[in-house]
Design a protein around this ligand. Structure first.
Ligand code: GDP
Ligand code: MG
Length: 597
């Protein structure tokens, strides 16, 4: 295809503002798929995505559009994830296209993720077309939202499109705007091949599929290509485009987006952001590289039933095949036995993986307290990266500890501002900025990531009745007075519950934890002390009193089957529990004990 007849674009939006609905509408109105094949939210393939209404993997579709001027254009849409955890994935797909539709819900206005995503588009030098969506709703206020886009984002919104993705209003205008307002890609078919590796995933039938954007040169089936990062050579055995089903093509030229397969075994062998060139007469300079995405949140995943360890290993390996940003290694815990220490891009990512393990693979899991990576500076000058509080070195050997800090941007209606400031203050936040856009406040906070990973987002939603939006990025590491707090149940430390806390908050957290655990652990035949401690010093203590009666006592001398039935019933109730010494702790306790209210 001629470059002048190609348009590559992405859609940026805050979650729920209608990105997927608009994408579906563009696909449908160009007859890219037949009505029979059309199911709502075509681009959101996985069940979890569909249920939660979020898009996780970037997806791509090639649309052919005959414009009003009679010419046929190829429109390549790369759909990007909308959630904060996946900012890096957004940024790399942005580099593969020249323009963006900025979708803003005209009943809501600009939100935190609108800002975060649009800044990425601006960084990638995109031409941006604002789209005011949901104009079918009575609460739509296009004038106000257009003004907000100009004030807050600083881009011209005078020619913003007015659209209802749901009822199909303004879709034709959107297609025309893509053709006439977004730039065509540039590139030279005569130059050595440079293709950007945008994404890759594992397909059960095809093996690893690689999404590429060709910058210069031409990529063909049968080519021997080189991954420039590590020099590995692969034979391209299939090449095609997504419509959105895979369709083979002969070649991909400059400006085109499509996929290749090349007998690559694992997703890990493909580095996102890498440059693909030909083995012979290849380019000698790679495209400006991206940083690989790094896990920032870690937690342990253990099977409730130790017999399920092998199943868990299989399931984790399968998920990792398809998700290079998810890391794992085996971990053994005194209390929990064999499991895995896993790294995630953020909390949502953690939840998605945990959900998939439980639902798709049917494994009951114990999730230990999420933790960030601490930098422990030892007295002897060495640096230890601590991923797991259980591995904390002896305090006397430590010089100081640094923790990751984030810059968080929160947009919130005025009336909830006070609650938001209090929440951030409680989490050791430092206010950096506070501005207003209409009746909404935008606050920027410097916060410790460890105070955010657990339940900050949930708390924020609850104190603002769902009206606040939130986005963050890592800023770097800073020293603070951090200590490891251990939890002892029946005098035995439960390492899965140990956590790093700020010294000034340790007592409060410890008290809250032991009180919660007292509610969450069922009574036993004996009394159970529950303690929080720092080093050898107990800072909070509760005692769970003993159960009054043996439930089987009244069966003495009686009917043996009845007694067995009762015991079986007790056993079933314990299924989701793990034994720690003599104490059974239910699965939910591990997560719930950490929630602060
Ligand atoms: P995404 O999170 O940005 O992908 O948003 P979705 O496309 O999943 O849409 C979120 C919700 O808004 C869904 O319930 C859609 O049906 C609804 N929605 C999307 N576009 C419109 C629209 O133009 N009008 C109305 N009334 N609802 C819409
Ligand atoms: Mg969506």
């Amino acid at each position: 295809t001629e470059l002048s007849h190609i348009r590559n674009f992405s859609i940026v939006a805050h979650i729920d503002h209608g990105k997927s609905t608009l994408a579906d509408r563009l696909i449908q109105s160009t007859n890219t798929v037949s009505a029979r094949e059309m199911k709502a939210q075509l681009l959101d393939a996985m069940d979890i995505e569909r249920e939660r209404g979020i898009t996780i993997k970037a997806n791509t579709v090639r649309i052919e559009y005959k414009a009003d001027n009679g010419e046929v254009y190829i429109l390549n849409l790369i759909d990007t994830p909308g959630h904060v955890d996946f900012a890096y994935e957004v940024s790399r797909s942005m580099r593969a296209v020249e323009g963006s539709l900025l979708v803003v819900d005209s009943t809501q206005g600009v939100e935190a993720q609108t800002l975060a995503n649009v800044y990425q588009a601006i960084d990638a030098n995109h031409e941006i077309v604002p789209v005011l969506n949901k104009i079918d709703l009575p609460a739509a206020d296009c004038a106000r939202v257009a003004e907000q886009i100009e004030d807050v984002i600083g881009i011209d919104a005078s020619e913003a499109l007015q659209v209802s993705a749901k009822s199909g209003i303004g879709i034709h205008e959107t297609l025309e705007a893509i053709v006439h307002r977004l730039p065509a890609p540039t590139g030279d078919a005569g130059k050595p091949l440079t293709a950007m590796l945008v994404d890759s995933w594992y397909d059960a039938y095809l093996g690893v599929v690689v999404l590429v954007r060709v910058m210069d040169g031409v990529l063909k089936k049968g080519d021997r290509v080189k991954m420039m990062q590590n020099g590995s050579i692969h034979l391209v055995d299939r090449i095609g485009v997504f419509r959105p089903a895979m369709q083979d093509v002969k070649e991909l030229g400059p400006g085109e987006i499509g996929f290749i397969t090349a007998q690559i075994k694992q997703v890990r062998d493909t580095r996102v952001g890498d440059t693909i060139t030909h083995e012979k007469k290849g380019a000698d300079k790679a495209l400006p590289g991206f940083k690989p995405s790094q896990p920032v949140v870690f937690c342990g995943l253990f099977p409730v039933d130790a017999a399920e360890f092998e199943d868990l290993r299989d399931a984790i390996e399968k998920l990792a095949l398809n998700d290079a940003s998810f890391s794992y290694e085996m971990e053994t815990s005194a209390a929990l036995g064999f499991g895995f220490r896993c790294g995630f891009l953020g909390l949502l990512h953690l939840e998605v993986i945990r959900d998939r393990l439980e639902r798709e693979y049917d494994i009951d899991l114990i999730t230990t307290a999420p933790s960030v990576i601490y930098h422990i500076y030892m007295r002897d000058g060495t640096l230890v990266e601590l991923h797991n509080p259980a591995d904390m070195p002896d305090m006397t050997l430590i010089d100081h500890i640094e923790e990751p800090r984030i810059k968080a941007t929160i947009l919130v209606p005025d009336e909830y501002l006070g609650d938001v400031l209090k929440l951030c203050q409680d989490r050791r936040g430092i206010q950096l900025d506070l501005t207003y856009a209409g009746s909404r406040a935008m606050v920027v906070y410097d916060l410790p990531l460890n105070e955010v990973v657990f339940d900050f987002y949930d708390r924020l939603k609850s104190v603002t009745k769902g009206y606040a939006s939130f986005d963050y990025h890592l800023m770097g590491y800073r020293e603070d007075a951090l200590v490891k707090m251990s939890i002892l149940v029946n005098d035995e430390p439960v390492d899965a519950l140990s956590m790093m806390v700020h010294r000034d908050r340790a007592e409060m957290r410890g008290r809250a934890m032991v009180e919660k655990l007292k509610e969450l652990i069922p009574r036993h035949m004996f009394k159970i002390p529950i303690q929080a401690a720092i080093g050898g010093k107990v800072i909070a203590r509760e005692t769970l009193s003993a159960m009054r009666k043996d439930v089987t006592a009244k069966c003495y001398g009686g009917d043996a089957t009845r007694k067995r039935k009762l015991l079986d019933k007790q056993k079933a109730g314990k299924k989701k529990m793990r034994q720690f010494g003599k104490v059974d702790i239910p699965q939910e306790a591990f997560i719930n004990a950490l929630k602060m209210d």
